[in-house]
Design a protein. Structure first.
Length: 99
């Protein structure tokens, strides 16, 4: 077995897998379920989604940033990451500022 969950061991089953591809905005999100062959990568899931990748700064699987060549497993959630619009520390300081 390999040391990382996101790498595929050569002995793994190569039957089809189902993964969700998710992209989000401040007040909404879209989720698409795609079926891929076993051994598929994040790049394969992105291509199968058919979505434009404009403005996407990275990808993650269940919130853990990965490269596009990371192997997928059945049930994974591939998340498209966008740049932050506001620095989280600055936003917290503004909210905590006395009124």
């Amino acid at each position: 077995m390999t040391s990382s969950r996101w790498q595929m061991d050569v002995s793994e089953n190569v039957s089809p897998i189902g993964v969700d591809v998710v992209r989000a905005w401040p007040r909404r999100y879209e989720q698409l379920h795609v079926t891929l062959p076993g051994g598929a990568t994040v790049a394969d899931a992105l291509a199968a989604s058919g979505w434009s990748l404009d403005g996407i700064t990275g990808v993650a699987i269940f919130g853990e940033r990965v490269e596009r060549d990371a192997r997928l497993h059945d049930g994974d959630r591939v998340e498209l990451l966008r740049p932050l619009l506001v620095d989280p520390k600055a936003a917290r300081r503004r909210r905590a500022r006395p009124k």
